[in-house]
Design a binder for this molecule. Structure first.
Ligand code: ADP
Ligand code: MG
Length: 433
């Protein structure tokens, strides 16, 4: 506008008319040849006042169809009031060239994505008299961009889906590997116990025979001696031989080479009968808690083996709690749903002995039931307690489970099969298998 004013001042009227005409013609040429751009103007009433060849090519309307029509016809219906946001109009009126991207309608109803500019048109006084719009068709880019975004989103979804599936498969595989290791360990453990059992059985048998002979000879000798000094010597020899016989009995139990005197047995009654003994042997710093289930099923078991076993478990628990703690003795009915290497599916009665003592490292847990395995000082442990428990429980059709963590404590659980039948006299002998 400033330039035009200066021109007008410098030129004479006729000359100026010619110059203006030439300039107008030039601008018209530029506008008409810019066929890649839709260039159109509209008045303040929103009606279209001019329409270039580019607008015709892009929007499909010939000038004679659209000039005089509301500008709104080429905007998408979902655009805002007057199809141009008020903020853009205001900005244009303030002399700012407004850039915008949006959807437009073509004459055939298809839409296209435009990138465009809007400027205010002014009269010689600078009053806004309408707007100029220049649009460029960016539909292809927009479609490509949208497709790319959609593809990215889909890819992301698929990657997420796949990652989740892989994680699940991985988790399953790890669980399977762990399970296989666990079963492998269990099988190796029971094979080891089997071999040790056979060895121990042979040795115990021979020792038993030797001890019987030694004890017999000692008894006979005793009857023939009458001086007190020699009698005391013989008595201590008999005593030692009897202690040996007790150890052999535990070995025999481990090797399952003994006759078990099984009878219907209520584990709860057995525990109740031993309550006082258990409390006394636990010592004053250990509190004993009884947690016996109601309606416990009966089992078929050798009561004296059970008593020896329970007492030994309680001793072990006490030994593991030198600074005191809680010894819990509990019973329960359980159903085993999956067979394991040492357990068939069915109903079992459990007797558990739990302490919150030192617990055991894995290497001790692995050797726990071996005869003569002890971590206790000489004279304090024989290493036969758990061997006896394990042997007689296995011979009775049950098994023993160990759950222990260093610093937390140990739970030893005896599982004995539920007795199916409570009729009859219930007395029976389980001979060594
Ligand atoms: P002993 O008591 O004569 O050592 P056992 O067969 O009863 O023999 O136990 C073997 C070993 O198992 C023990 O020396 C001890 O190391 C470990 N043990 C058994 N029970 C427990 C327990 N409740 N807490 C910690 N360790 C235990
Ligand atoms: Mg012991």
């Amino acid at each position: 506008m400033v330039l035009m004013g200066a021109l007008r001042a410098a030129l004479r009227p006729r000359q100026m008319d010619t110059q203006v005409r030439v300039a107008r013609e030039r601008y018209r040429m530029i506008v008409e040849s810019a066929i890649d751009y839709a260039i159109f103007t509209c008045g303040l009433d929103g009606r279209i006042t001019s329409w270039n060849a580019g607008a015709q090519a892009i929007l499909g309307y010939a000038p004679e169809d659209i000039v005089g029509e509301p500008c709104a016809r080429v905007f998408m219906a979902d655009d805002i009031v007057a199809h141009v946001p008020e903020t853009e109009m205001r900005a244009a009126r303030d002399g700012i060239s407004v850039r915008a991207e949006r959807w437009h309608h073509r004459r055939d109803g298809t839409r296209f994505w435009s990138s465009g500019r809007m400027l205010a048109l002014r009269d010689s006084q600078g009053q806004v008299i309408g707007y100029l719009k220049i649009l460029y068709d960016r539909s292809v880019e927009k479609d490509a961009r949208d497709a790319l975004e959609a593809l990215n989103a889909e890819l992301e979804d698929r990657v997420t889906e796949r990652t989740l599936a892989l994680a699940a498969a991985n988790e399953k595989l790890r669980a399977e590997i762990l399970e296989r290791e666990r079963v492998g360990d269990q099988i190796r453990q029971s094979q080891k116990m089997e071999v040790i059992g056979q060895l121990t059985g042979g040795i115990a048998h021979d020792f038993n025979n030797l001890l019987t002979a030694i004890l017999g000879a000692l008894e006979v000798t005793r009857r023939r001696i009458d001086d007190t000094r020699n009698l005391r010597l013989i008595d201590s020899a008999i005593n030692a031989a009897q202690r040996g016989a007790k150890l052999i009995a535990q070995l025999v139990a481990f090797a399952r080479k003994q006759n078990l005197q099984v009878a219907y047995l209520s584990v709860n009654t057995l525990v109740e009968d031993m309550r006082e003994l258990l409390e006394r042997s636990a010592g004053s710093s250990v509190s004993v808690v009884f947690d016996l289930a109601d309606d416990l099923w009966p089992v078929m078991a050798d009561a004296s083996q059970m008593q020896t076993g329970l007492l030994n478990l309680a001793f072990n628990a006490r030994d593991a709690m030198p600074n005191g703690g809680t010894l819990r003795i509990g019973s329960a009915n359980i159903h085993v749903e999956m067979a394991e290497s040492d357990l068939t599916v069915g109903d079992y009665v459990t007797l558990l002995v739990q302490d919150n003592g030192t617990g055991m490292p894995k290497d001790v847990q692995a050797r726990l039931f071996e005869p003569f395995f002890t971590t206790k000082d000489v004279g304090k442990g024989t290493g036969l307690g758990l061997a006896q428990v394990y042997g007689f429980v296995r011979q009775s059709g049950g098994t023993v489970r160990v759950d222990s963590a260093v610093g937390e404590g140990t739970t030893i659980t005896i599982l004995l099969p539920r007795s199916a039948d409570i009729e009859g006299d219930g007395e029976r002998v389980i001979a060594p298998g």
